[in-house]
Design a protein around this ligand. Structure first.
Ligand code: PEP
Ligand code: MG
Length: 755
């Protein structure tokens, strides 16, 4: 049966009024669904309206239709990802198709009799971010549905979500696939190490609105205004609270956040939707859905960050409207599970007892990662589907070391992890004793162990670990955390603070290392096929000399009267190092003229590009020191993307190609009297650090958390004996096979602390 339109197409207000009447008339789910599809078909002047509901096993079942054959109801089933309906569910976004049957995802179901219908609009039924089903309209004539029609169907989808959720227990027929009580395992990439157990909190997964349709729009608008003001006051308080303690960079991110919290663009849009007849919570969800749709289309990192800020703020607004999910008490260590989370939010969660973080998205250089690392919060990224499966308040195990999340772990898993955590705590207690202990081997060799840092928050760790200095200060992290280029004075103040915190210990400032996977919002990074091999790092600095010189000026000014160590990243040819050094020298002379130059300036190079190995003689004449960036060096050496989890473990740092290269660099540098260290993450693992020392590199710079373990390893090591063993092992090794097992066995047999 096709709908016979007798009136003008729908308006949101009329549609909502009719839906409200329908809900009042029918109380059982089946008649409500039948009424709903009829009403929507008529309002949309569509020949078909159908509702599909998610069954256990990710199957979408047709449960009500106007316009398709009635016998297809409960027979037509599609997997998530199958057909247009399954695709809308899989991607959690509307599909608006004038020619649906020729769409690559179209799946023909003869029992439905849908051959005559050309156009289709399929909208997921979402409760929070969980997909409960799909509602679709179809028309004979090919047409693209107007934007306000898409929005109207999304609003119907919200109401439907409320109906389906409410009917869950009442009707076995439309039982929904809700998170079960079984343990669920997820694999991810550990971006900050650590293991935690605790209750789960879902970010951005606030309780779905209790009601979608408002009885009194004016009263609803007043609620919205009150909640908006409360949210704005809370953001102000955040700016005064945790962010102040956390340092300058997060505070600046929050300042931008405060401006967006007062922005009338998105707030006005929510008010407009409330005036149409939705509750305030539902209106925020509505606008959030639009926002997420926009985010999917926006590639520009600056815009994406701004949209992500609005998403965070909208979530806060829902909290203030009273729809907040149960939250753990202050101080209780909880595991936050989120699709993504903003840096400001993360600071806020930290103040409330954040113990671990799981992200569905996330990358090594995302703002949240930078903050999580600074806060030493274990972070697991890439756990797709975790948000939907997590139930707030239930327990989880987060093992960022092994890249694993277990929701609702069974008793055995909990017991295993409890024992492992106890052992680790005992080890930590021992390691704490290493703060005042020098990294000296049993045979008396004084090695150097420094820390990698990037934020003010990292600095106290220098004293806490008793490390020998900052072997790598990643200056771009402050730029990334701030979301833009800093003022010269701000940057100078940061470097001054770093030097002050380091006292008489050395600090190696690395000039900005942007590009690759570290994209600065607002800075024009052209699309590149291979960004890791592209316009990044020193290449940008040399092409934008004014920018690089400004940074060097800030460093020189901060180090007036002291020693300044500057390191250039991604040096590929000695000529590039010379060019960078001449910019540094020009700025140094200018500083001298101002009477504020450092007492000494030394310029070093990072060795990350293999081509430099064949320029060592010339390089060692130019560089005052070398620092091997093992993260990039190994990615280029093995041609294996450092951020691709599929390649993790495929090539081993502990194999001849790497160890031979390190030895060659170490020997050449020693002969030239040029200090050389290794500052990539590799040396954070004691076994790898052992091998680095074993091939003749006697300085490493590692994340602060790794310092005690590396020191413990050094203290238990007879370096001369190990070097003999390693040299023999490498002589007998063939090809690029891993030497890990042999090195680990030696360490075990000789009591070297590498576990
Ligand atoms: C490296 O590549 O090893 C390095 C230390 O630099 P980053 O990790 O910042 O690229
Ligand atoms: Mg690098």
């Amino acid at each position: 049966m096709s709908a016979t339109p007798k009136e003008a197409p729908t308006t949101p207000r009329r549609l909502l009024a009719r839906l409200r009447r329908l809900m009042a008339r029918a109380t059982d789910l089946a008649p409500r669904l039948d009424g709903l599809v009829r009403l929507v078909a008529a309002e949309f002047v569509a020949e078909v309206c159908s509702v599909y509901v998610m069954r256990p096993g990710e199957i979408l079942e047709l449960v009500a239709t106007e316009g398709l054959r009635p016998e297809a109801v409960h027979r037509t089933r599609l997997r998530v990802g199958e057909g247009i309906v399954g695709t809308a569910a899989a991607e959690a976004r509307p599909l608006n198709l004038p020619d649906a049957q020729n769409h690559p995802a179209f799946a023909y179901r003869p029992e439905t009799g849908e051959e005559p219908f050309a156009s289709m609009l399929a909208v997921p039924v979402l409760r929070g971010a969980e997909v409960l089903g799909v509602i679709a309209v179809q028309n004979r004539a090919p047409r693209r549905y107007a934007e306000d029609e898409v929005e109207a169907l999304e609003t119907v989808g919200m109401l439907l979500a409320e109906m389906l959720h409410g009917a869950r227990s009442a009707s076995a027929e439309v039982a929904l696939s809700l998170p079960g009580s079984m343990a669920r395992h997820f694999e991810g990439v550990g971006l900050t190490p650590g293991i935690v157990m605790g209750p789960v909190l879902r970010h951005g997964r606030r309780a779905a609105p209790r009601a979608v349709l408002a009885e009194d729009p004016e009263a609803e608008l007043r609620r919205l205004t009150a909640a908006t003001e409360a949210m704005q006051r809370a953001v102000d308080a955040l700016l005064e609270g945790p962010a102040r303690a956390a340092g300058q960079e997060p505070r600046e991110v929050l300042e931008a956040y405060r401006l967006i919290a007062a922005d009338q663009g998105w707030l006005g849009r929510i008010a407009a939707v409330v005036r149409d007849g939705l509750t305030a919570e539902a209106a925020v969800e509505r606008v959030l859905a639009e926002l997420r749709a926009r985010m999917r289309q926006v590639a520009d990192p600056y815009l994406r960050e701004r949209l992500a800020d609005i998403e965070d703020l909208a979530g806060r607004l829902i909290d203030h409207l009273g729809g907040t999910a149960p939250e753990p008490a202050q101080g209780e260590g909880f595991i936050l599970i989120a699709r993504r989370v903003g840096p400001a939010e993360l600071l806020d969660y930290h103040a409330r007892g954040l113990a671990g973080l799981v992200l569905e998205e996330g990358s090594p250089t995302a703002h949240a990662t930078i903050i999580a690392r600074a806060l030493a919060v274990p972070l697991l990224a890439g756990c797709r589907g975790a948000t939907d499966s997590a139930v707030p308040g239930e327990h989880a195990v987060l093992d960022a070391d092994e890249g694993r999340l277990v929701l609702r772990p069974d008793a055995e898993i909990v017991a295993g992890y409890t024992a492992a955590l106890a052992a680790r705590a005992a080890r930590r207690a021992t390691e704490a004793g290493y703060r005042d202990v020098e990294p000296r081997t049993r045979d008396g060799v004084r090695l150097t162990v420094m820390i990698n840092a990037g934020l003010l928050m990292d600095l106290p760790q220098l004293a806490e670990t008793g490390a020998d200095g900052i072997g790598l200060f990643r200056t771009e992290i402050a730029w990334l955390a701030r979301g833009g280029l800093p003022e010269l004075e701000t940057e100078e103040a940061l470097y001054r603070d770093v030097l002050a915190a380091a006292g008489d210990k050395p600090v190696i400032f690395r000039t900005i290392d942007l590009g690759g996977d570290k994209l600065l919002p607002g800075f024009s990074h052209a699309e590149e096929e291979n960004p890791a091999l592209g316009w990044r790092s020193l290449r940008i600095g040399l092409d934008r000399p004014a920018m690089l010189r400004r940074q060097l000026r800030a460093m020189l000014a901060a180090a007036a009267g002291r020693r300044l160590l500057v390191m250039f990243p991604m040096v590929t040819t000695v000529e590039e190092l010379r060019a960078a050094k001449s910019l540094l020298e020009a700025e140094r002379r200018a500083a001298e003229r101002r009477g504020a130059a450092p007492a000494e300036v030394r310029a070093g190079a990072m060795l990350e590009v293999p081509a430099l190995v064949w320029q060592l003689p010339a390089l060692l004449e130019e560089a005052a020191f070398l620092s091997i960036g093992s993260n990039d060096l190994t990615q280029f050496l093995f041609a294996a993307d450092r951020g691709n989890p599929r390649l993790a473990g495929r090539y081993d740092f502990l194999s001849a190609p790497v160890l031979d290269l390190l030895e060659q660099v170490g020997a050449a540098a020693a002969a030239a009297g040029v200090p050389v260290g290794l500052c990539g993450e590799a040396a954070a693992r004691p076994l790898e650090a052992l091998a680095v020392f074993g091939v003749g590199i006697d300085q490493v710079s590692v994340p602060a958390a790794a310092v005690p373990a590396v020191k413990a390893m050094v203290r238990s090591l007879d370096l001369a004996a190990f070097r003999t063993f390693l040299a023999n092992l490498r002589r007998s090794a063939r090809g690029g096979a891993s030497l890990r097992a042999d090195i680990a066995a030696y360490a075990r047999d000789h009591g070297i602390a590498t576990e």
